[in-house]
Design a protein around this ligand. Sequence first.
Ligand SMILES: [Zn+2]
Length: 262
Amino acid sequence: MQLFDTHAHLDDEQLADNTVDILADANRHDVSRILTVSTTLASCYRSLRLAEEHSGVYAAVGIHPNYCHEASLAQWQEIETLVDRPQVVAIGETGLDDHWDFCPFELQQEYFTRHIQLSHRSGLPFIVHMRDCEPQMLETLASSRDAAGQLNGVMHSFCGSQLAAEQCLEWGMHISFAGMLTFKRNHELREIAASIPSDRLLIETDSPYLSPHPCRGQRPNTPALVRHTLQCLADVRKTSIEDMAAITTANALRFFQIPASP
Ligand SMILES: [Zn+2]
């Protein structure tokens, strides 16, 4: 099996001191590729460095919705120049967060739109964070579709409604599941996961946050644990873990335009 953890924050301080061990552990558990996702300009440079230094690690560049208020226009313009780097395969993470009060919502929306426009220009897919703001999210996505009415993006660590999933799928988006899929109470989420077309599914850990069951509570979460989310996805879709691994890895390689043999 070859697994692709499509969303981790390897540059986070909880992980950054142990990169070599974490990647070795991931490899032992069949995780051969990891997308490390940035949250600020400084994080973009750390992610780029990780991707340069370790084969199988790729970078996404962007400003997380909870950090937009700390970014200057010059910093955003610098991020725009980073998309041409060979290690960069996605834009993000971007999106909207109405749970934390860190950044004014209007500013988040402005940055979200900028990220989507950068995705359109660069041809790289964008990575969406959504928390407690589904109606506003769908509204913003609806108004950001490309000339063909499509969106080249992924809803990361999805925990929205069936309706939101269906709408995003209709717009051509991918849906990525993280550890929350495995939590006991999340029956509805597993039902949604069972209904997503095979060719739109991705898996991730969102390390260092929210370790999957049965490692729930383990800190930090690491890419090696993505297998538990994969197993859960295989179970709800009544298929084997090997089959689910092949499907999700092929989807990730195609979505991020990464050649199959490194
Ligand atoms: Zn994230």
